[in-house]
Design a protein around this ligand. Structure first.
Ligand SMILES: Nc1ncnc2c1ncn2[C@@H]1O[C@H](COP(=O)(O)OP(=O)(O)OP(=O)(O)O)[C@@H](O)[C@H]1O
Ligand SMILES: [Mg+2]
Length: 513
């Protein structure tokens, strides 16, 4: 028989097969049809005894990234680079290392306890509308979703679902951790979801100007938190910790957040509260964050009119405060009081729930940091321990802090001019930002001594300014006291006779007249 005839024969057999199948489906009694299908499935299992497990990149109705996918990808990357022909290269670890993953429709064989497992990478086209607003990757224009399929013989079911997959995920996560490129997420520019850039800030606790004891205490606290998964589980508390950083502008609050992220190797979620439409959106943004991250709200006192909302309500109807707050947070955004003309409807209660409500425990190992220049303006509910566990004051530059900056900027551990700087610093308030600016060489030929002299000049100017302000303040105080005396005199004149007043204080009478 010739080849075209062979093809024609095969096509007619297939058509007949489908025709018979359709006839059976239509005319066969239901019970018989069910038994037949079961039999066919058994037959299929007998001839093809393999089990298939798919691990998709995204999961759930809102397409959250599947936690296992990157781990599997990382695990397979080790074998792929040895055997697979079509590979994808990706830069990782602060753009210093290339990692290879298998391209679509490639397969790799993995061996575990003498058993061979086959992994296949595939893609599926997404239905229209998926990946739209509301999903974490809504900015991703790719209409396809990737997945890995694991194929193995059914007799290894227990081995695979037990130790093998555990081994894959554990090893994969370790590789991910080693190759991790940290990210800085933001919800700014009125986006309803997070977008990110790679986080590449060089600040560390070593370069942070601060008293050494204070620094050590913060570092210990952070590292203890990182290692305390079991402890938090044991005491029944969500694995998260709040830090409140407060102090004047330019004292290193933002720099410290970068140093924290670098120390712990965490991502940063920089939450712009004024871009969040309401409590519901705030909660959604929270659930879209991942573990090993720092959620930052900078200048919390300026973000929204959250200061004292509780107090105001409490003043009106004290017993209903809690009820009102619960209502506004549970009923979504309806009836929420608006922020300070920002268009955002996030309320204080929404924010409190964000920090330590039930939703806040959604993925563990998270740090929440608030920064402010005016800690006294914040509602005590926001800053109480349990929400903001550690309050860190960042203040004007001390001599110890200056020494760190001198080492960073000028590679100087000591210098004859240090003593004058120390004396000036003891009586002058200058921010680390101002010190850093003075120590920054402005031209290639500007040496360390010149920088120190610029700093001394800046300190002297700051001192003079401070003294002038203090004098002004003292004058104001004297004036206020005089005004008080005059007010007293006016009162006395109103109620007492002029004769009595004369005897009380003639000096005041003269002044007043
Ligand atoms: N403690 C510090 N250690 C090292 N550098 C510092 C420190 N404080 C400030 N600087 C320097 O000053 C610059 C401004 O600091 P930073 O942005 O961290 O201040 P901030 O406290 O966040 O100010 P703001 O309240 O205005 O946001 C930084 O880029 C850094 O170079
Ligand atoms: Mg800042």
């Amino acid at each position: 028989m010739r080849v075209p005839e062979q093809w024609a024969g095969a096509a007619s057999t297939i058509l007949s097969f489908f025709f018979i199948l359709d006839m059976i489906r239509r005319w066969c009694p239901r019970e018989l049809y069910r038994r037949l299908t079961t039999f066919l499935l058994e037959l299929d299992r007998y001839f093809y005894p393999s089990i298939r497990v798919s691990i998709h990149e995204f999961t759930g109705s809102n397409l959250r990234p599947h936690e296992a996918y990157p781990a599997v990808e990382a695990y397979l990357s080790v074998n792929s680079s040895k055997t697979v022909k079509k590979l994808k290269a990706e830069m990782v670890k602060d753009r210093r290392k290339l990692v290879f993953t298998m391209d679509e429709n490639e397969r790799v064989i993995d061996e575990f306890q003498g058993v061979q497992m086959t992994w296949i990478s595939s893609k599926t086209r997404t239905p229209q509308g998926q990946g739209g607003p509301g999903t974490l990757y809504s900015g991703n224009p790719e209409p396809e979703r990737r997945h890995y399929r694991l194929v193995f013989h059914k007799r290894y079911r227990e081995l695979v679902f037990g130790p093998y997959l555990e081994h894959v995920i554990k090893t994969g996560k370790e590789i991910c951790q080693r190759n991790r490129q940290r990210k800085l997420f933001t919800n700014g520019h009125h986006r309803s979801s997070w977008s990110y850039i790679l986080f590449d800030h060089p600040a560390t606790f070593e370069t942070l100007a601060m008293e050494p004891e204070k620094k050590t205490k913060i570092i210990k606290d952070l590292l203890t938190f990182k290692e305390s998964k079991d402890f938090y589980a044991r005491i029944g508390k969500a694995w998260k910790r709040g830090y409140l950083l407060y102090g004047p502008p330019g004292t290193g609050k933002s720099t410290m957040i970068a140093a924290m992220a670098n120390l712990l190797e965490y991502d940063i979620y920089d939450l712009e509260l004024t871009s969040v439409a309401g409590n519901t959106e705030l909660r959604r943004l929270l659930t879209e964050t991942t573990g090993k991250s720092i959620i930052v709200i900078e200048d919390i006192d300026c973000s929204l009119d959250l200061t004292g909302q509780r107090k105001k309500v409490a003043g009106k109807h004290p017993p209903d405060v809690k009820k009102d707050m619960g209502k506004s947070s549970k009923s979504g955004d309806k009836g929420e009081s608006s922020g300070s003309g920002t268009g955002s409807k996030v309320t204080l209660s929404g924010l409190l729930n964000f920090i330590d409500g039930l939703w806040s425990a959604c993925c563990g190992e998270r740090i929440i940091v608030f920064t402010t220049n005016h800690v006294d303006k914040l509602d005590p509910a926001l800053t109480r321990r349990g929400r903001m566990d550690m309050h860190i004051k960042l203040s004007y530059c001390s001599f110890e802090a200056f020494k760190v900056l001198a080492k960073n900027y000028l590679q100087l551990e000591d210098h004859p001019l240090f003593q004058s700087i120390r004396n000036l610093m003891e009586v002058t308030e200058i921010t680390p930002a101002d010190v850093a600016e003075s120590l920054m060489p402005k031209s290639p030929d500007q040496d360390a001594e010149r920088c120190l002299r610029i700093l001394i000049q800046a300190l002297q100017e700051a001192k003079e300014k401070q003294e002038a302000e203090e004098k002004q303040e003292a004058k104001k105080e004297v004036k206020e006291k005089e005004c008080d005396k005059v007010s007293l005199w006016v009162l006395l004149r109103k109620y007492l006779t002029p004769y009595t007043v004369f005897h009380l204080d003639p000096a005041i009478c003269v002044q007043r007249e």
